[in-house]
Design a binder for this molecule. Structure first.
Ligand code: G4P
Length: 512
């Protein structure tokens, strides 16, 4: 049987832009869920982080690690969840290394927001194609042309509108499809209705004129569509709609199926491995621990990159050369887990892990061991000094620290000379997980001293020394012993740069 093509994507958005609502509507269209309210991602944001473990217990794995699946138009679409709010962590970034396309959801009232920008950076770094859904058209938002300009200027990416709003908020009448020259009529009471523009009698003369003017403007001053630029992430097709009103979602999904990228050759050990290679390969992009507190239940999330995966197959772990049999493999849908018998490039498989895997590990078959590109290190924004409460437990403390750092749970920095431990994370949740796992897996109670620093800058050039550490900045060394300056805020950073023009700093995104 011919396998369905795969389209694997994640949504990049700021909390409240409508990621959960859009995901839900897309799953409904694919028949994967029957009613709204099934996708739980968002609700986690309503809990305090301290409740996280309890939530994990109640909900299985749905808080931090859903992989959803739907079948649409003869395509298998895999959606990887990117948790935000208090659940935001390095895993959110890492998930983006496992997708082939990103869908950027923007609230038309707010435009591009902070978290969207952060996640966008990962996509840019990896050249991932981005499709944009401008949401909440039923609200009075920014002018559509201004939104396009904002995307172009903030993200340095060309835009190509696939449809165009006719009115907005209370005046919303429909959206005009640019490729089809049809109008999807906005009527919350009625079923979806798509008609040729000429037959759109509900449009007032002025609405028709405005649409004609804007269409002309787009034709004359807008960009020319380039599939190549879209694939390289240099142009984003833009869709307008309302996820909540289920307006424009189906036309988005229809286009998504053709515009989203299929699994591409991936760089490993200096060359590109095509997905159709006869050898199986994949990499671990996330490890989820203690999903079931009664067992040491750890799941490594593997993105299949080439060949085919079969349950029970024997593979090699490239980092160690060790052979292993993959007997326990799962797929995930919200809080349910199912055993996976086979998977293709683009698919995500959850592997039971008894402590063998690290984030970034490659698994493969074939005579040659290959290693997929290293997982990027993401610049942390939260820091804490950490010590063991009971000094007698220093052995377990160091062991736990070493393993959790290797696994990618948290980032570790040390002060020069005294070698105080400073942990760094992109989100508060990582501290909570770290604390919980140190206690449950290594039996060590740890003490945090939260720091006020929130910017890390790697020293690329110039001399720095510990004398530079003061109340607003601190010199530390990363795991590779590279000097890193932690700053309290932007002001402290700029002040330092003025004082030390000879010191060249990098954000981490640039050098790692
Ligand atoms: P997120 O996952 O990106 O955080 O956003 P989510 O989908 O949960 O949506 C955030 C809020 O925005 C929700 O309202 C949701 O109903 C609303 N929303 C989503 N899409 C649209 C849209 O197209 N138009 C309008 N007007 N609102 C939209 P809430 O009141 O915060 O949550 P809820 O109680 O309705 O779940």
């Amino acid at each position: 049987m011919q396998e369905k093509p795969r389209k694997t994507f994640a949504i990049i958005s700021h909390p409240d832009a409508g990621k959960t609502t859009l995901t839900e509507k897309v799953l409904l269209l694919g028949g994967s869920i029957r009613s709204a309210g099934t996708v739980k991602g968002k609700k986690s944001g309503k809990f305090a982080t301290s409740d996280w473990m309890e939530i994990e217990k109640q909900r299985g794995i749905s808080v931090t690690s859903s992989v959803m699946q739907l079948h649409y138009d003869d395509t298998q679409i895999n959606i990887l969840d990117t948790p935000g709010h208090q659940d935001f962590s390095e895993d959110t970034y890492r998930t983006l290394t496992a997708v082939d396309t990103a869908v950027m959801v923007i609230d038309c009232v707010k435009g591009i927001e902070a978290q969207t920008l952060k996640l966008f950076k990962v996509c840019r770094m990896r050249g991932i194609p981005i499709l944009t859904f401008i949401n909440k058209l039923d609200r009075e938002g920014k002018e559509p042309l201004d939104l396009l300009e904002e995307i172009e200027e903030t993200l340095d990416m060309e835009t190509y509108p696939m449809n165009w709003p006719i009115g907005m908020g209370k005046r919303l009448k429909g959206i005009y499809s640019i490729p089809d020259k049809t109008v999807e009529v906005f009527d919350e009471e009625e079923d979806r209705k798509v008609i040729p523009l000429e037959e759109a009698d509900m449009l007032e003369d002025y609405e028709r004129e405005t649409l004609e003017e804007e269409k002309m403007l787009l034709e004359e001053a807008g960009n020319t569509f380039s599939a190549e630029k879209v694939q390289q992430g240099r142009m984003t097709p833009v869709f307008f709609g309302s996820a909540l009103a289920n307006f424009g979602v189906q036309s988005f999904l229809d286009q998504f199926v053709s515009l989203a990228a299929e699994p591409q050759p991936r760089k490993a050990s200096g060359s590109y491995v095509p997905p159709e290679s006869s050898n199986f390969s994949g990499f671990v992009f996330k490890i989820q621990a203690n999903m079931n507190p009664n067992h040491r239940d750890r799941i490594a999330f593997l993105r299949v990159c080439s060949g085919s995966f079969e349950r029970g197959m024997e593979v090699k772990l490239s980092r160690t050369g060790k052979k292993m049999k993959l007997n326990q493999s799962h797929s995930f849908f919200a809080s349910e887990r199912e055993t996976v018998e086979a998977a293709m490039p683009g698919d995500i498989v959850g592997l039971y892990d008894s402590g063998n895997f690290q984030v970034g590990d490659t698994l493969c078959t074939g005579s040659e061991l290959i290693q997929y590109e290293e997982m990027p290190q993401f610049p942390p924004e939260k820091f804490a000094k950490v010590t063991a409460k009971n000094a007698l437990k220093h052995k377990q403390y160091h062991k736990g620290m070493e393993q959790l750092v290797q696994e990618g749970t948290i980032q570790l920095y040390k002060t020069p000379y005294f070698e105080d431990y400073i942990i760094g994370a992109v989100g508060e949740l990582q501290f909570q997980v770290f604390e919980y796992r140190m206690k449950n897996e290594y039996n060590v109670d740890i003490e945090f001293q939260h720091m006020t620093h929130e910017l890390a800058r790697w020293v690329r050039k110039g001399k720095v020394d510990e004398g530079m550490t003061d109340s607003r900045k601190m010199l530390v060394l990363d795991q590779q012993k590279r000097p890193v300056l932690l700053f309290e805020n932007d002001f402290a950073l700029r002040w330092f740069q003025d004082k030390h023009p000879d010191v060249e700093l990098a954000t981490g995104w640039e050098i790692l």
